[in-house]
Design a protein around this ligand. Structure first.
Ligand code: COA
Length: 342
């Protein structure tokens, strides 16, 4: 136990845990706003102005979530200098598993050859990555495992109705993975997490059919119920309010101010949501990572994709204080504070 332990704190650590590396993958095929103009009644101007998205990556028909997750996981393991045999636990945050069962985590475990690992899928929609990192962190913090993989991966294009202009312009496909390990320098670690759910918001963002409530039938297919349905305005308002609320909470309880944050990496659902939340937190634009223009909303993958861009651009450096935030279907809400370790 080190001196960072704080009793009664949900972010308490038995041993400090770091994010050791990051891997990402997006399928090569790009769907631009102009191509969407040919598919539904929309325009590049509307999409760009209302969401900030220019293009998104879309998986080919024979590519599933585990395929993207495996690529991201392999990259993350290589970056951390660990082999598949070193991984004790893996968790995949996904809304679009390859199948109900076996879990995507099992498929990934087999494909990467993580013969000593166990794991499972985690359903937290757009908070999939923050919740997966938190779950993996506990496995390492407790001393049960030395290296764990947290993955956020989604092929949203499989559950998007490309006849519905209110949803099809928003989403894209992608994956991100991190290896979490005991902190080398106890100062450079995952500092805290703050998560909450509000199940009363369920109806605002959901896929109505395909589960035990409404199994697949000719009627559910005819009624297009196997696609994402959302009340965009309700999700928008909730996301802005809760992103700033949860961030303020996690900063406050760590005795930090917005000025202490080096980088704000929020789930990329809509540029306007991110900027509104950042504004409420008094975070200047230069501290906000936005790459929704190139990827759209990739659900479980947005935060690692944004972190990867920040690393590539050298906006994210060792020792930086990073504030992660997510809001997703459920509703799920999450925030993490990370003192970046590499
Ligand atoms: N192209 C052109 N017009 C569109 C359009 C599109 N792709 N989608 C909607 N519109 C129209 C609407 O039909 C509406 O027309 P009307 O005024 O004639 O009825 C008008 O644009 C304004 O619609 P509105 O829903 O008010 O737009 P908005 O500015 O709120 O943007 C979203 C819509 C969906 C982009 C926005 O609400 C949003 O991002 N919500 C959050 C969604 C989200 O993040 N989901 C995932 C959460 S993890």
């Amino acid at each position: 136990m080190n001196d960072t332990t704080r009793a009664g704190d949900p972010g308490r650590v038995l041993r400090a845990v770091q994010i050791s590396s990051l891997g990402t993958y997006v399928p090569p095929r790009v769907l631009t706003n102009s191509q969407l103009e040919q598919m539904v009644d929309t325009s590049n101007e509307w999409i760009l102005k209302r969401t900030g998205i220019r293009e998104r990556h879309i998986a080919d028909d024979d590519v599933a979530t585990s395929d993207l997750a495996v690529e991201a996981a392999l990259q993350a393991m290589a970056g951390a200098g660990v082999t598949a045999a070193d991984i004790g636990f893996l968790v995949v945050g996904t809304t679009t598993p390859d199948t109900f069962f076996p879990s995507t985590a099992c498929l990934v475990q087999d494909r990467i050859g993580a013969t000593h690992a166990w794991g499972f899928d985690l359903g937290a929609a757009c908070s999939g990555f923050t919740y997966a990192v938190t779950t993996a962190m506990q496995m390492v913090a407790s001393g049960v495992h030395d290296h764990a993989l947290a993955i956020g991966a989604d092929v949203m294009s499989r559950i998007i109705d490309y006849q519905d202009r209110t949803t099809c312009v928003i989403f894209g496909d992608g994956a991100g993975a991190v290896v979490v390990s005991p902190a080398v320098d106890p100062e450079l670690r995952i500092l805290d997490f703050a998560h909450e759910v509000d199940g009363s918001g369920g109806p605002a963002l959901r896929m109505p059919a395909g589960g035990s409530r409404l199994p697949a039938s000719h009627e559910t297919v005819d009624q297009r119920l196997h696609y994402v349905h959302q009340d965009g305005a309700a999700v928008f308002k909730f996301a802005v309010r809760k992103t700033s609320e949860i961030c303020r909470r996690i900063l406050d309880r760590n005795g930090l101010r917005a000025a202490d944050v080096d980088l704000f990496v929020s789930h990329q659902a809509n540029r306007r949501i991110i900027m509104a939340a950042a504004g409420q937190l008094h975070l200047p634009e230069e501290k906000v990572v936005i790459n929704i223009d190139r990827f759209g909303n990739t659900t479980g993958a947005t935060i690692p994709l944004a972190l990867a861009d920040a690393l590539a651009d050298k906006r994210l450096k060792k020792g930086d204080l990073v504030l992660l935030a997510s809001v997703g279907a459920g509703f799920t809400v999450g925030a993490m504070l990370v003192r970046w370790a590499y």
